[in-house]
Design a protein around this ligand. Structure first.
Ligand code: NAD
Length: 360
């Protein structure tokens, strides 16, 4: 099959890690007889340097004309980079927020998977880790508290601030459908997280999720209060498959879930719209401290490319092959500096990409 991929190398280590992910995708094309045509898109600091703005209309159009977008990361060192002397709306991060909005990316997916080979990096005790864990957080990204009306005012000399948490049933239904569809590609279980004992928005959330669940009788649904979920993530992470939640709860829980894996260079993510289209990127930033030194771990970006194969292109077999190749290279003892441990073989960005591509 032929697919169009928009590639956003971005800033810092972005171009290095995207190069390795492309190498792996080229191998997938060769082995499984697909054709990917790539269009490079400038975003963030790279776009500021050329166009004076962090995102152009042309970049958005190129992304929209693609089947999916694969991105490195954007941004620089805020203390030294000239990009941060610009007003906030012209800085690199503004470009990322703008492209997410322009592409209507309302569903954020962040897997937290513990490789047995990296269990030393996991801050949890051995008996809690057991055989490891494998979950994905599906977070609503464009509604809730972060997008509701807000104001700060003073009354009788007392400063007061108000933020509003609003969800309508359409917003809840579309993210719930995503979570159930994803569960069908994994372990067939959805844990919907809310605060239904206190919040009206959570009670609506719960009832809409139950309506959606009726269309997925093969998927088990459970509800969990957010405070309990925060505790269960460190008490027994193995119980989770897909965690479905609203924007702010997801913001907090996805960081907690990913940090229990302990390895920032391994964590992929995806942001999807109502169709199969999505933007795929590592969870980490542009790491300007190690840019251009062949030290960056490309695995988070390579695993993001695997998510792209699975969720936007429906190439499950190919996604499995990339994930298995990452696993195999780790089992063989190859490590970049960030995940290095005694007895393993230290490799750079390029060699890690070569090893994974050869193994696909
Ligand atoms: P960061 O994630 O870039 O770096 C934090 C630490 O982790 C650094 O020590 C870095 O060297 C290390 N690290 C990160 N990714 C690594 C990898 N793949 N391999 C090895 N080590 C890795 O976070 P930061 O330093 O807070 O941010 C740097 C820049 O990235 C900022 O401009 C920030 O705004 C931007 N940022 C961008 C995104 C994005 O593009 N979505 C996300 C977060 C931060």
């Amino acid at each position: 099959m032929d697919y169009k991929i928009a590639l956003i190398p971005g800033d810092g280590i972005g171009p290095e890690i995207v190069r390795e992910a492309r190498k792996v995708l080229d191998k997938v094309c060769e082995k499984y007889h697909h054709t990917f045509s790539y269009s490079e898109v400038l975003l963030g600091g790279a776009s500021i340097d050329v166009h004076g703005v962090p995102l152009t209309e042309e970049a958005v159009e190129t992304a929209k004309a693609s089947d999916a977008v694969l991105m490195g990361s954007i941004g620089g060192d805020a203390a030294t980079s000239p990009w941060y002397k610009l007003e906030p709306s012209k800085r690199p991060e503004a470009g990322l927020l703008a492209i997410r909005k322009a592409l209507n990316l309302f569903a954020n997916l962040r897997p937290a998977y513990l490789y047995n080979e990296l269990r030393d990096a996991c801050p949890l005790r051995d008996e809690i880790i057991g055989d490891g864990f494998d979950m994905i957080i599906v977070r609503e990204l464009t509604g809730g508290l972060y997008f509701g009306e807000r104001k700060t005012y003073e009354e009788d000399g007392v400063r007061t601030a108000v933020d509003t948490l609003t969800y309508n049933e359409k917003e809840i239904r579309r993210i719930a459908v995503k979570a159930f569809e994803i569960a069908r590609k994994r372990g067939n279980k959805v844990t919907s997280v809310d605060k239904a004992n206190v919040l009206d928005s959570s009670r609506l959330w719960r009832s809409v999720v139950e309506e959606v669940a009726k269309d997925y009788p093969d998927v088990t649904l459970e509800h969990m209060l957010v405070d309990n979920c925060a505790m269960q993530l460190v008490r027994d992470p193995k119980q989770f498959d897909v965690i479905l939640t609203e924007n702010m709860f997801g913001d907090i829980l996805s960081d907690e879930a990913s940090m229990v894996t302990g390895s920032i260079g391994m964590l992929s993510s995806a942001s999807l719209n109502e169709t199969k289209f999505g933007l795929y990127e590592p969870s980490h930033g542009s790491a300007p401290d190690i840019a251009g030194q062949d030290k960056a771990n490309p695995i988070a970006t390579i695993l993001s490319a695997a998510m792209m194969l699975r969720y936007s292109l429906d190439l499950d077999k190919e996604a499995d092959a990339v994930e298995a190749a990452v696993q195999k290279v780790l089992t063989q003892g190859y490590r970049t500096g960030d995940i290095m441990s005694d007895g393993c073989k230290l490799v750079g960005t390029k060699e890690m990409g070569d090893l994974i591509a050869q193994t696909v």
